[in-house]
Design a protein around this ligand. Sequence first.
Ligand code: TXA
Ligand code: MG
Length: 352
Amino acid sequence: MKTEIIKVSRDCISTEDEERLMRAGEILRMGGLVAFPTETVYGLGGDAMNREACSKIYAAKGRPSDNPLIVHIGRFEDIYQIVSKLPEAAIRVSKAFWPGPLTMILPKGEKVPYEVTGGLETVAVRFPSHPMARKLIIYAGGFVAAPSANASGRPSPTTGEHVVEDMNGRIEMIVDGGQVGIGVESTILDLTVEPPRILRPGYITQEMLEALLGKVDADVTMMQDNSGETPKAPGMKYRHYAPMGKLMIVEGNPRDVGTYINRQVFLDKQAGEKTGILGTEEQLHQYRADVIKCIGSREDEEAVARNLFAALREFDQEKVTKIYAESFSTQGLGQAIMNRLLKAAGHCVIRL
Ligand code: TXA
Ligand code: MG
């Protein structure tokens, strides 16, 4: 299949942009697949009400079909067509954080095919804030199922180029809107349980949700590996985000981390490995390795979140075989950063 790649600006204001986006919407209406940017990461969209389109999404990603998809809406009122009940807490959450980087798990409405929900009686709903994404969803008919637009297992795409790497030749169209703003996927909040439970941490933090709702649980599998529990978001159980090289997180005070990593790098090089380090501005000066990536300042967690997936992909491009990453706090946005990093590392953490 030839994939058409088009560029559309984030705000989609010119007539040309508008026309291109309408064409993308038409492809979706016809049952085709279109990748597009959102404020979190790029999504791989298909018409959520079209069973065949949903099946094609799984095939294009190489994704197991028991892993449900998020339904994206472009107008709040459309939610009533896809859920059977909207609890009072969900309305409060939507007023506080929608449109924005938060997905709610709610009881599924009859119209939603089981191909979307992976056979579950619940549906994940997201109302993104990205202006172009919202327009596209409406042009597509209102309901777009969209997982992150990476090949299954790879880091989620944060630029149009990342999507081209993974999806070229597999889908009808890629809408390139440049680099996304947030860089980690939406927070997933399950509102079918009491108290509400975070299944995947994101930009809307546990602290923010607790300030609004009172007690909010976090799925125990979010930050741990061997808890023996199955994650409530089926997708969280799969190997994720992992670069091809072996990634290890090193936790400790900055000086010890530097000494440890440099010593390991020395040994790795003797063993013929290509070494990489994922670090922050504050600590970068102390490292020696083949490839050193800075993901921003410790003072600026938003930058760290935005740069994380791109850095993991770059290690692959440079064929790095051993990667050492600094560790981060698990408060606030740090929870989302560490959740992704832990998954990428297969929970391999060295505590000094
Ligand atoms: O930011 C995002 O959410 C991005 C953009 C494109 O919107 N999308 C995204 O989708 O991250 P995906 O498919 O990569 O991740 C969706 C996660 C999976 O872990 C899946 O198991 C979970 O949501 N999920 C979907 N429906 C669910 C449901 N009914 N119950 C529990 N978990 C669900
Ligand atoms: Mg994903």
